[in-house]
Design a binder for this molecule. Structure first.
Ligand code: PGA
Length: 246
């Protein structure tokens, strides 16, 4: 299976900065090497749709409404994302769970809304430092994934999963390859038990992935790619991670 390297720009960028970044990425990426996506803030999706027309780099969004349409001021539906060529959408990123009180159940319904419109949800799970120190890592990620399985069991093979330990996000403190692999193996077993489809569901690692640690992480048997935050904002850094995935 091709590795996947997805950039999560978070709330960063501008028309000028995005154009420069995408231009540098397009020049540095070799077709077919691995599956690459950039998850941009919603106002820039139209810009990316035009910049990435004909490119092998896919467009991702960072959130989606659980609702199809209607009186939900400020929300963005999956159908709207699809209008702008969005192929992937992050759901349940820990920053959404933490700052916007997104529940496991809401995250599951967001994944469902994306799937209905043919957009692949990248479902993010991960424990906080306090949960890890209390020995709760496995229970937390299993609970987060179980909610998604319960709502989307019939099309589970269409999702991408991302394990992002909250304590590793934006902190420079990466999970060791062994720590990450251990959790990925737990998630892999849970996915295998929940789906009858033979296809392997990609599980990405995210949390301070960078050019120096990517190769070792990506060499783990159950790590199928990376979800890259900070290092996705600099073309050279992102391309170095992409090179590790080839
Ligand atoms: P980071 O972010 O690479 O900056 O730690 C990863 C993420 O939040 O997706």
């Amino acid at each position: 299976m091709k590795k996947r390297i997805f950039g999560n720009w978070k709330m960063n960028g501008s028309l000028a900065a995005n154009a420069a970044l995408v231009d540098a990425l397009a020049q540095g990426v070799h077709v077919g090497a691995c599956e690459i996506a950039v998850c941009a803030p919603a106002p820039y999706l139209a810009q990316l749709q035009s910049l990435l027309d004909g490119s092998s780099i896919a467009i991702g969004a960072q959130d989606v409404s659980a609702h199809a349409d209607g009186a939900f001021t400020g929300e963005i539906s999956a159908a709207m994302l699809r209008d702008f060529g969005v192929r992937y959408v992050l759901v349940g990123h820990s920053e959404r769970r933490q700052y916007h009180a997104e529940s496991d159940e809401l995250v599951a319904r967001k994944a469902q809304a994306a799937l209905v419109c043919g957009i692949t949800p990248v479902v993010c799970v991960g424990e906080t430092l306090a949960q890890r120190e209390a020995g709760e890592t496995e229970a937390v990620v299993r609970r987060q994934l179980a909610a998604v399985v319960q709502v989307n069991g019939h099309c589970l093979s269409e999702i991408v999963l991302a394990y992002e330990p909250v304590w590793a996000i934006g902190t420079g403190r990466t999970a060791t390859p062994e720590q990450a692999q251990a959790v990925h193996a737990v998630l892999r077993a849970q996915l295998l038990a929940a789906t009858t489809s033979a296809g392997r569901i990609p599980i990405l690692y995210g949390g301070s992935m960078n050019a120096a640690n990517a190769a070792e992480l990506l060499a783990q048997p159950d790590i199928d790619g990376g979800l890259v935050g900070g290092a996705s904002l600099k073309a050279a850094d992102f391309l170095r991670i992409v090179a590790c995935a080839q």
